[in-house]
Design a protein around this ligand. Sequence first.
Ligand SMILES: CC(C)(COP(=O)(O)OP(=O)(O)OC[C@H]1O[C@@H](n2cnc3c(N)ncnc32)[C@H](O)[C@@H]1OP(=O)(O)O)[C@@H](O)C(=O)NCCC(=O)NCCS
Length: 173
Amino acid sequence: MTELHRPAPLDPRRHDRGAFNSGEPTLDEWLRRYAGQNRRHDTAATWVIATADDTVVAYASMAMTAIDRPAAPPEIAKGAPDPVPALLLGRLAVDREYAGMGIGTVLTAHVLATAVELNTKAACRSVVVTALNAAAHTWWEHLGFRPFDPDATGPADLYLLTTDIETTLRRIR
Ligand SMILES: CC(C)(COP(=O)(O)OP(=O)(O)OC[C@H]1O[C@@H](n2cnc3c(N)ncnc32)[C@H](O)[C@@H]1OP(=O)(O)O)[C@@H](O)C(=O)NCCC(=O)NCCS
């Protein structure tokens, strides 16, 4: 069994991303070319899980966002300002060689725990994701996320209320 580090902020000087292959080239390319830049510009924070020799096997990126209140489902809009504060889980990817080992779940749990912490310190009503495709949509629903528009066909934006995160964490940890 490969030894893996717990989730840590991406360190471009230390972490090797050269061979990362999630099966989604746009996600692999973003990790290699834009993750460091977004960190430097304070526009997205990337967290990685790496092997003992610092090869990245999974990453997640997050940024603060805001939800348009008039377009939000009632459980987000109720009693909230416009826009509604939220955390965007922008990207999540696991290297194919490490798929199905629970690593995506561990990294998602890390992001959800971050939302809970942010909510305590600055208020964050919900975590928001955009599903890349139908498989990703199923993945997010499996973690308790709900689509903003249940009638939409195809992959869409989904959310998980911060108040529902503990339920998801109890189920997946
Ligand atoms: C989706 C992804 C992050 C899952 O990562 P992973 O480490 O392979 O997933 P895990 O091993 O943690 O999976 C845990 C559980 O989720 C299930 N699962 C995995 N992919 C799933 C999917 N697309 N839909 C529903 N369930 C899924 C697994 O069967 C497993 O269930 P079990 O615990 O009952 O056995 C990974 O496949 C990936 O990087 N895909 C390409 C990029 C992508 O689609 N990213 C997400 C949207 S941006």
